[in-house]
Design a protein around this ligand. Structure first.
Ligand code: MG
Length: 160
């Protein structure tokens, strides 16, 4: 078995869509980034890449590469899961947390699980939590949001 941890953060910007876990959330600002800046998908991707021992998300999907400009991060997650399967692993469990002062994330968690399941992580193998920063720091001031994820991978054929 392998364990991996992922963290990501992005700043808010006017005129951008807010995409989290593959779901577009109605809000007056979105997250700035080279891709769609889906902070939850990026944290999950980094946790899987970490468990595989293959470096980090920036090595696989560099923000200097035009291919990933405005890319759907659900698509990147799907690619990462393909890489994981080629490496001989499957996902046993993912736990994750989105940290944002606003908007309220809770009502969208079910839809996020649905979108993430389409990328190859069954909804019964992922948990998504939402927290605020209690008004403290840059997240508390609403400058951006962050996400953390931890994953447990099992080698294909290994009993779990
Ligand atoms: Mg990112």
């Amino acid at each position: 078995m392998r364990i991996g941890i992922g963290f990501d953060s992005h700043r808010f910007m006017e005129g951008r869509r807010l995409v989290l876990g593959g779901v577009e959330i109605p809000f007056e600002r979105g997250l700035w980034g080279h891709s769609d800046a889906d902070v939850l998908c990026h944290a999950i991707i980094d946790s899987i890449i970490g468990a595989l021992g293959l470096g980090d998300i920036g090595r696989h999907y560099p923000d200097t590469d035009e291919r990933w400009k405005d890319a759907s991060s659900i698509g990147l997650l799907k690619e990462t899961i393909g890489l994981m399967r080629m490496s001989g692993y499957d996902i046993l469990w993912i736990d994750s947390v989105v940290i944002a002062e606003e908007p309220k994330i809770g009502p969208f968690i079910d839809s996020m699980k649905e979108e993430i399941s389409k990328a190859g992580i069954p909804r019964e193998r992922i948990n998504i939590k939402a927290k605020t920063a209690e008004g403290m720091g840059l997240i508390g001031r609403g400058e951006g949001m962050a996400a953390q994820a931890v994953c447990l991978l099992v080698r294909l054929g290994e009993p779990n």
